[in-house]
Design a binder for this molecule. Sequence first.
Ligand code: SAM
Length: 217
Amino acid sequence: MRFDDQRKRMVKHQIAARGISSKRILEVFLKVPRHQFVPLTLSHLAYNDCPLSIGQGQTISQPYIVALMMDLIDIQPTDRVLEIGTGSGYQTALIAEIAKEVYTVERISGLLRHAENLLNNMGYRNVYYKIGDGTKGWEYGSPTCKEFEKIIVSAAAPEIPESLISQLAVDGLMIIPAGNRFYQELIVIEKKEDNIIHTNHGGCAFVPLIGEEGWQE
Ligand code: SAM
């Protein structure tokens, strides 16, 4: 089957059928070619209902979990989104299709450079890249940005990094898998003027978030 047709099936059976109804989200999953973000040897598996290896011990997440995370933080065209864990750049592209700007941080330079080249070649001009410890957020990133309407963390944290909470705008939303190294809960954090609201959206399993406010290597 052609990749376009595989993508349509993925959206229908893996994403819409599980309750994601946002037109915006379904449209971007139909548009972004996931097979270009996985190693050539795995492109025949690109539209399967699972994460895949992207090298360096890392993975591109299962399509449904990416859709769910994007849906839960309700990304808007006016949002500046901080993404921690660029990986292949697939989720970066999906977010860049909707948001005003994406600021993405990856600790493995080879992955970041590969994603940056791919996204540049695909024409994404609203993405800023940083190699470093994303548990510290966009600290010392260029261009300077101190506050984000949305933050999406694609690796598993032992606790919610304080630096990320401080870089979330008031009324902003952050989503992060938090738990142990093998099992986490998907937590949405809503920052209010004088308090922080946590809601739990169920179990998941991500690769570890490694850094000063995450796991030690
Ligand atoms: N969303 C990505 C995609 O679409 O391909 C997949 C992300 S993968 C599940 C998690 C990524 O988080 C890995 O590439 C890993 O190197 C990165 N990571 C782990 N700890 C990090 C940290 N402290 N800062 C930035 N990236 C980190």
